[in-house]
Design a protein around this ligand. Structure first.
Ligand SMILES: [Zn+2]
Ligand SMILES: [Zn+2]
Length: 386
């Protein structure tokens, strides 16, 4: 039963009694299920009907492996966390939202009480309940309950499917701003031209980078990156026989410096590198490539441990930081960049699926292309009530 969206409709009575969900039971085991409609609503909570959900690498990873690092699936879990939807019900004390509002949903609820929360770093909260991170259910369902302040109204300039992509964009904005502290006119290098890498490039460009270089091993992805947000790109060259990984990485860094005239110091050097791969060679190359005093930010999750040239970190006084999801003000900033036309999310949405075809979206994501044969960057899945 579709819900009516006209603002004249009485939403309280329009909340359907069914809540269809896309549920992960185990490795390669997903099922459609009926879940209870959220009933108890805190005074500052709202219920949103997710309308568009972007499929993320982490959702796909839970499907194929049942875990990501320390997060292990132990009971059935609804997938999905990149969502936008329509508010259907608001708690008694909510004044910022009303039924019918179109919102981007920030999918993590922190405790607000711990040291990290009170210190302005709620993304570090040890009690974070994050959508589709075990054991917490995600957003690929008819309804999702969250605190009112985690819902961000979208202007008419921003569609619901763009609203869904605010989540991965927020990851990029966080890395560039709060964590990377990108200076104006910076030379920025981004390793990895998947969705998060592309959005990180877009954030850097929109926020005033002078030059954004994309590095990836897949040239078609780099071609897209250059059309989209990168100033230029670099494809790593082949390894030479007998070359150690560190020697290879140093050689890649030297080639990039020569090709793009990056200096070791000053305004012609590389100010900020954001790694969206987690691959050892990328991390090593980045540290060799940065200018003296430059900043390295880790966004991608790869192997748990790897070898880095620590003396380079010391000698060049590099700043090396991790960036985890997003913190205060980032969603607002991401939405603002899109609303003002500084970032265009539409070219990233290459494939769209009805809710009943959610499994097809995952299959296409895994294949890297849809049934149409076109390369897939981001698949967006309708909510069951779309
Ligand atoms: Zn994600
Ligand atoms: Zn907390």
């Amino acid at each position: 039963m579709p819900i009516a969206l006209s603002p004249t409709v009485e939403f309280e009575s329009a909340v359907p009694s069914t809540n269809r969900a896309f549920v992960l039971h185990g490795v390669e085991d997903v099922r459609f299920e009926e879940r209870p409609v959220p009933s108890e609503l805190g005074s500052l909570e709202v219920i949103v009907a997710p309308k568009k959900t972007g499929l993320c690498g982490s959702d796909a990873h839970y499907l194929s492996h049942g875990s990501i690092g320390d997060y292990v699936l132990t009971s059935p879990m609804i997938l999905g966390h990149e969502s936008a939807g329509i508010v259907v019900k608001v708690g008694s004390a909510v004044t910022s939202l009303a039924p019918g509002d179109r919102v981007a949903m920030e999918p993590g609820e922190s405790c607000r009480m711990c040291y990290s929360c009170k210190d302005g770093h709620y993304n570090r909260c040890p009690s974070m309940a994050f959508a589709a991170t075990p054991p917490f259910d995600g957003t690929l369902a008819g309804f999702y309950k969250l605190p009112a302040d985690m819902c961000y109204p979208l202007s008419h300039a921003v569609s619901l499917e763009e609203g869904a992509l605010i989540e991965p964009l927020a990851v990029g904005v966080m890395a560039v701003t709060t964590i990377g502290q990108m200076p104006l006119g910076a030379n920025v290098v981004v390793f990895g031209a998947g969705p998060v890498g592309l959005l990180t490039m877009a954030a850097a460009k929109a926020l005033g980078a002078r030059h954004v270089l994309a590095v990836d091993i897949q040239e078609p992805r780099l071609e897209f990156a250059k059309q989209y947000a990168a100033s230029d790109y670099f494809v790593p060259t082949r390894t030479v026989e007998g070359e150690t990984r560190l020697a290879y990485s140093r050689r890649q860094a030297d080639e990039i410096k020569a090709r793009f005239n990056y200096a070791e110091r000053g305004p012609q050097g590389v100010d900020l590198i954001i790694d969206c791969t987690g691959a050892e060679i990328c991390v090593q190359t980045a540290l060799y490539l940065l200018k003296h005093g430059g900043t390295y930010v880790q966004v991608g999750m790869g192997t748990d441990s790897l070898t880095i040239p620590i003396s380079t970190v010391l000698n060049k006084e590099l700043t090396v930081k991790g960036s985890f999801r997003y913190g205060p003000g980032i969603y607002t900033q991401a939405i603002d960049l899109v609303s003002r036309g500084l970032i265009d999310l539409k070219p990233l949405i290459t494939h769209r699926y009805a809710f009943v075809d959610a499994a097809k979206a995952f299959a296409a994501n895994r294949a890297g292309k849809g049934e149409d044969g076109r390369a897939l960057i981001k698949a967006v899945i309708d909510g069951p009530l779309a």
